[in-house]
Design a protein around this ligand. Structure first.
Ligand SMILES: Cc1cc2nc3c(=O)[nH]c(=O)nc-3n(C[C@H](O)[C@H](O)[C@H](O)COP(=O)(O)OP(=O)(O)OC[C@H]3O[C@@H](n4cnc5c(N)ncnc54)[C@H](O)[C@@H]3O)c2cc1C
Length: 368
């Protein structure tokens, strides 16, 4: 725990894994931190089953993939095959990864940073933020709902439990389908409750078809349209619970009647979309700029873009940001001016950013 690594890398997607591999090649000490169970958890969580992975390269970029070992094959393979290949690669290269460590904060000390995670703090001379751009939204309720899962890492965890999935889109639907499937295969008759604050669920045709199939095959689902999560509380037995209001009736004299259900938080998954990184960057005291009319071509008016120099360094010196975390654009500070820089969210950009940033860090550490 007292080690001061040359580089602490946050997020083990293509950008983070590429950084770790580059550090190893350059002889730098490093630690790769990932909130999920495995490297590439972001991809595992967001790609639909069987999705083909393309080695796409933006037209206007001259360079090839700078780290060939992590390049998706030219003949596209399924996401499952690509992830498996990368997991073997990480094992084979013996890359140092700490999984299930959720990044929280960075403290500055004399000569090093302390990267605070749910598994403790890790020290590094430089920090690379490569946590992608799909930071799940937190549930907002009275009290605390931090124990509620935001992704489905293992559907089998919900066997034998009445499970609540919150959210009205495709991601929530995918979670419902995966749990229904496992429950059906294991003859588990405990239902999956699917709740959304609106009266209408909003899924695409293909997802609706898969859900329909699962229901016809015997999946036990209970829909809760118009349901609102209200309170996060700890009961008298010390169990963290989420209270969700499932309907309400307004009496003429101002009295409200309602029904609510209280689920142990371990039975609940909330897939209510993702948010940009601006709140996190504010907490980290890394500067962003809001796009105003006419300034940005890629980002929308009001979007806040992180400010980086031409070496991907943030306004907090020694902390770098790369990959999907800075897509689809960021504000580049170079030659005394600031302008929006397009940054396509591709495995290509993530890997090539990593190669560039570790090259820079390596020469800076040698100079110091
Ligand atoms: C459905 C879909 C299909 C796509 N298909 C392609 C394709 O075919 N070809 C292509 O080139 N690109 C494709 N992309 C884009 C590509 O996946 C991204 O550009 C790439 O994953 C970005 O890599 P990254 O490492 O920057 O971020 P990510 O892959 O998002 O990795 C970030 C990692 O950080 C972790 N993390 C997040 N928050 C924390 C935290 N607080 N603490 C610790 N760890 C954290 C995440 O779990 C994740 O593992 C696709 C994207 C999607 C959504």
């Amino acid at each position: 725990m007292n080690t001061i690594y040359d580089v602490v890398i946050v997020g083990a997607g293509p950008a983070g894994v590429a950084c770790a591999f580059m550090c190893k090649k350059k002889g730098l000490s490093y630690l790769l931190i990932e909130s999920g169970k495995s490297v590439y958890q972001g991809i595992i969580n967001t790609y639909p089953e069987g999705k083909k992975v393309y080695a796409s390269k933006p037209k206007d970029m001259a360079d090839n993939f700078l780290i060939d070992e992590l390049r998706p094959p030219d003949k596209p393979v399924t996401v499952e095959m690509y992830v498996q290949y990368v997991q073997h690669f990480v094992q084979h290269e013996n890359l140092s990864v700490v999984t299930e460590a959720d990044f929280k904060d960075i403290e500055t000390h004399r000569g090093f940073f302390s990267v605070v995670t749910s598994k403790g703090a890790f020290r590094g001379k430089k920090v690379v933020l490569s946590f992608g751009n799909s930071i799940p939204k937190e549930l907002t309720v009275y009290g605390d709902a931090k124990m509620v899962a935001k992704t489905l890492d293992d559907p089998r965890k919900y066997l034998g439990l009445r499970t609540l999935v919150i959210g009205g889109g495709n991601t929530a639907a995918d979670v419902v389908i995966s749990i229904l499937k496992v429950k059906r295969q294991e003859n588990d008759h405990q239902p999956v409750y699917w709740a959304h604050f609106s009266e209408k669920f909003d899924v695409n045709k293909e997802t609706a078809q898969r859900l329909g199939e699962e229901i016809l095959l015997g999946g036990h689902i209970r829909l809760l349209p118009g349901a609102t999560p209200r309170i996060g509380e700890v009961d008298e037995e010390g169990i963290d619970r989420l209270v969700i209001r499932i309907n309400e009736f307004h009496e003429p004299d101002g009295i409200q009647l309602y029904h609510a259900m209280s689920f142990p938080m371990k039975n609940v998954i909330a897939c209510i979309g993702s948010q940009g990184s601006s709140t996190l960057l504010d907490n980290l005291q890394i500067q962003t700029i809001s796009c105003t009319e006419g300034i940005c071509k890629v980002a929308k008016e009001g979007d806040r873009l992180v400010m980086l120099n031409s070496e991907f360094e943030t306004t907090r010196k020694g902390i770098y940001m790369i990959g999907g975390a800075i897509s689809p654009s960021y504000m580049k500070m170079a030659d005394g001016s600031i302008s929006e820089q397009k940054h396509p969210n591709l495995i290509y950009t993530a890997i090539n950013d990593a190669a560039a940033v570790i090259e820079t860090i390596s020469s800076k550490l040698q100079d110091s």
